[in-house]
Ligand binder design. Structure first.
Ligand code: PLP
Ligand code: MN
Length: 371
């Protein structure tokens, strides 16, 4: 079978292929780590972005204290790959999922989970208790995203009291993720609203401590807010993920703080008219939930998905429509994803390169791990 390898030039790759510019990626990681090192706040990157234990280990080597994962199935992949200190950031509900979690906790006792309801906590307590185990839990708090999370204040305290009475659960922290603020373009507005959310989060952590709970972890923050979070007293760790590769959605909101380090390499397979080039990357290669991918280096061109396997590149400005597009059949174009997490989930492999040559090939082992 045809298989490009380490040392090959990028043009050995069949397309569509997801390629990573290692210089830019290492720079993104180094820059972020440095920002939090000087603030004395730990970094627990959200591994839902990279979905690869190899990359998670690289993040640990760069200074991360562990990782976040969204789901138990992601935790399975990461724990198997050698990442022990994991926080599962989504509530774990239902017998099948609890059974998987218990299996995982038997071997990986550093895994932590979040709870936001008495029902959820009771079921977790019963499941781990039946296996003679304990679970370290964080209270998941709604700091304004209105997704999961117990309401701050008395409801949060009451849930903590109930957890405190459960024999097999150990309450060690609070999570409050402000996902609704990540992409606010105006940095002052983003900061102001983030500070409100952090006030809520750290205020509740303090209330819990006053009530006698040993809250050690106060975790929050994504790529758009983590620095604002870290500047707030009482935040112990941040959990950004997208900064590793970035995407056009984050670039549009944040500017050039981090670079777009990942693209999908595509080939022009058809030129049906002078002003339309068709590439071999459609909905199965590039997600469109956060807008359209952009052809790198071709600012004057726009991408339009044309079904599962095809995409069109056309002039962005209609006034140019009678001009000939400067792309030929066989040309290659790098597409910058609009949303990195959902795009990576479509692919099996990262081809990481430096100076035009493939330096590493990493399987995306946690792709599709949505359970
Ligand atoms: N924490 C939680 C709970 C999340 O759901 C996410 C992403 O959705 C993140 C952190 C990381 O955010 P980002 O990839 O935007 O940096
Ligand atoms: Mn995302």
């Amino acid at each position: 079978m045809y298989q490009p390898g380490v040392g090959d030039a990028l043009d050995a790759l069949d397309t569509p292929a997801m390629i990573v510019d290692l210089t830019l990626m290492d720079d993104n990681i180094g820059r972020l780590m440095e920002r939090f090192r000087v603030r004395n706040v730990r970094v627990r990157p959200h591994l839902k972005t990279v979905k690869s234990p190899e990359l998670a280990l690289r993040l640990l080597a760069a200074g991360a204290v562990g990782g976040c994962v969204a789901k138990v199935s992601e935790a399975e992949v990461m724990a198997e790959g050698g990442i022990e200190d994991l926080l599962i950031t989504t509530e774990i509900v239902g017998r099948p999922k609890l059974a998987r979690l218990v299996d995982l906790l038997r071997k990986h006792s550093l895994i932590k989970v979040v709870v936001d309801s008495v029902e959820g906590a009771r079921a977790l307590d019963a499941a781990v208790g039946a296996a003679n185990l304990e679970a370290k839990v964080l209270l998941d708090l709604n700091v304004g995203q209105d997704r999961c999370g117990v309401t701050p204040g008395e409801e949060a305290l009451e849930l903590a009291r109930q957890i405190g009475e459960m024999e097999h659960l150990q309450l060690i922290g609070v999570q409050g993720y402000e996902g609704h603020l990540q992409h606010i373009h105006d940095p002052q507005e983003r900061q102001r609203r983030c500070q409100q959310a952090m006030q809520t989060l750290t205020g509740t952590a303090e209330q819990l401590r006053t009530a006698g709970f040993p809250i050690q972890i106060v975790t929050t923050g994504g790529t758009g807010t983590a620095e604002f979070c870290a500047d707030f007293d009482g935040i112990t760790e941040v959990q950004p993920g997208s900064f590793v590769f970035m995407d056009t959605d984050y670039r549009n909101a944040l500017g050039g703080v981090y670079s777009n380090a990942l693209t999908v390499l595509a080939t022009v397979i058809s030129r049906p008219t002078p002003n339309r080039a068709i590439i071999d990357a459609g909905l199965k290669s590039l997600s469109i939930d956060s807008g359209m991918a952009e052809p790198k280096g071709w600012e004057q061109l726009a991408y339009q998905p044309k079904g599962d396997e095809h995409g069109a590149l056309v002039w962005r400005d209609e006034a140019d429509a009678d001009q000939e597009l400067p792309l030929r059949i066989g040309d290659r174009v790098e597409m910058i994803p609009s949303h990195i997490d959902t795009t990576i989930n479509l692919h099996d492999t990262y081809y990481a390169y430096r100076d035009g040559r493939i330096e590493a090939i990493w399987p995306i082992s946690a792709r599709g791990k949505v359970q």
